[in-house]
Design a protein. Structure first.
Length: 86
């Protein structure tokens, strides 16, 4: 399988937990959003893993409702942690 890349953009607490605003990551052909989330959690540790467990995601500006969707080469994945308000 060939590899591609995806740009992951972090917002709010996800940015803090990841230690970066965005990064380009390698993705295998056929990799899913769920697989990408697992890889990000493994590479960044427990703090980001906790945020990812509660976060919502956009794939190329479209809300991800099915995490088994494939991440195409060149995609942008945005990590949106929950927002508290009062």
């Amino acid at each position: 399988m060939s590899a591609g890349t995806a740009t992951v953009r972090y917002f709010g607490g996800a940015k803090t937990a990841a230690g970066t605003r965005s990064e380009v990551v390698a993705v295998r052909a056929g990799a899913t959003v769920d697989g990408l989330i697992a890889a990000l959690a493994a590479s960044h540790g427990e703090a980001l893993a906790r945020v990812l467990a509660a976060a919502s995601f956009l794939l190329d500006e479209v809300a991800v409702h099915d995490r088994s969707v494939v991440v195409p080469d060149g995609a942008v994945v945005e990590v949106l942690p929950p927002v508290a308000g009062g």
